[in-house]
Write a protein that binds this ligand. Structure first.
Ligand code: NAP
Ligand code: GDD
Length: 326
């Protein structure tokens, strides 16, 4: 019999890559899907799997819909990827962010606890929970948390309530502390995609500039396709444990700009990039740099795609997509 996986956030970047991986591993894949006027299946269509996954109407804030999904499917594995995932907007919609990211996670865990406690549960935790906290420049599973945005604070609640369900009720519930991961499916407001799309527009003559905020921020950027493999491996262990997932390399936004512009033959990006205060955050996280030694040792997981290749992949995808429309 095929295993059943339930993915919240199936229409997002990670939801699409994870669904593809699970289908390749012969799971029946179901996704909880919010009702909106124009439902976005773009990511699933881009990966060519839209007609291979199944949808259940629901919302992380609506416990009835979660009960319906868990009761109907009785899934083997539940991946909780749904979130208000944009840090920048979380100061503008802090209550929504808390209701979805924090309380939504509790509702889902609680539903599993009472209806189908043998389901294995993955929580999408984040390196944002560290804030500016580090140990000699690096973050590990042991680094203290100091969240600096409503997004990260809500995610930290979800992280601890996941651990609490494991410790209190013996559930197989784990949290993956994932550092930034990107791809051609990345949402357009995130800095990497904003840059690669902007670069492609400038190169094709349909854009003139890119307006950005803090160019000195450093991130440990990996490829989403690699990171979903780590999520799946976390649910296949003998014992439930939390893991940090990163590349171990950190780069500034400036370095991302260097590579993206150079890839289309523009050596100096200064004339095209404007710093705009509207994209500065009330409290930014200055540098993220993860050490994923535990994941390497226990999950046998390592990133395959490195920074330069990631930047080129994203620029090429945006060039191709936009050129087709011209
Ligand atoms: P994403 O592309 O923004 O996708 C978010 C998904 O959540 C979308 O499918 C969205 O559905 C869904 N969603 C939002 N609110 C919902 C609600 N109330 N009920 C049900 N679904 C809802 O995010 P991502 O980059 O794939 O990230 C996946 C998860 O990992 C998120 O929880 C994020 O916070 C976390 N994370 C991401 C990274 C990263 O670098 N990508 C790193 C660490 C952790 P719609 O299509 O309806 O909007
Ligand atoms: N979005 C954005 N837009 N960020 C900018 C800009 C801009 O115009 N200019 C500079 N930045 C800086 C931000 O201030 C931040 O320091 C960095 O670029 C990365 O911003 P994002 O790409 O928005 O990602 P993030 O690191 O805030 O959050 C992402 O990664 C987290 C994991 O660390 C999201 O995917 C989160 O959901 C995820 O948890």
């Amino acid at each position: 019999m095929k295993k059943i996986a339930l993915v919240t956030g199936i229409t997002g970047q990670d939801g699409a890559y994870l669904s593809k991986l699970l289908l390749e591993k012969d799971y029946d894949v179901y996704g909880i899907m919010r009702r909106t006027i124009n439902r976005s299946f773009e990511n699933l269509e881009t990966l060519g799997i839209y007609d291979q996954v199944n949808f259940i109407d629901g919302d992380l804030t609506d416990e009835c819909s979660l009960i319906n999904a868990i009761k109907t499917l009785r899934p083997h594995e539940v991946y909780n990827l749904a979130a208000q995932s944009f840090v920048g907007v979380s100061w503008d919609v802090p209550i929504l962010t808390a209701e979805v990211n924090a309380i939504g996670t509790l509702k889902l865990l609680n539903t599993i606890r009472y209806i189908h406690p043998t389901a294995r549960f993955y929580q999408a935790s984040t390196s944002e929970m560290f804030g500016n906290s580090h140990e000699n420049g690096l973050q590990t599973e042991e680094t203290p948390f100091h969240p600096r945005s409503p997004y990260a604070i809500a995610k930290l609640y979800a992280h601890w309530i996941t651990i609490n369900h494991r410790e209190s009720f013996g559930m197989y519930a784990v949290s993956g502390i994932l550092f930034n991961h990107e791809s051609p499916l990345r949402g357009r407001e995130f800095v990497t995609r904003k840059i690669t799309e902007g670069v492609a527009r400038i190169k094709l003559g349909i854009g003139t500039e890119i307006r950005l905020g803090n160019l000195d921020a450093k991130r440990d950027w990996g490829f989403a396709g690699d990171y979903v493999e780590a999520m799946w491996r976390m649910l296949q262990q003998a014992e439930p444990e939390d893991f940090l997932i990163s590349t171990g390399e950190t780069h500034t936004v400036r370095e991302f700009l260097d590579l993206a512009f150079a890839h289309v033959g523009i050596p100096d990006w200064n004339p095209y990039v404007k710093v705009d205060p509207q994209f500065m955050r009330p409290a930014d996280v200055f540098a993220l740099h993860g050490h994923s030694g535990k994941a390497k040792e226990k999950l046998g997981w390592e990133p395959k795609v490195h920074f330069e290749e990631l930047v080129k992949m994203m620029v090429d995808a945006d060039m191709k997509r936009l050129a087709k429309k011209m």
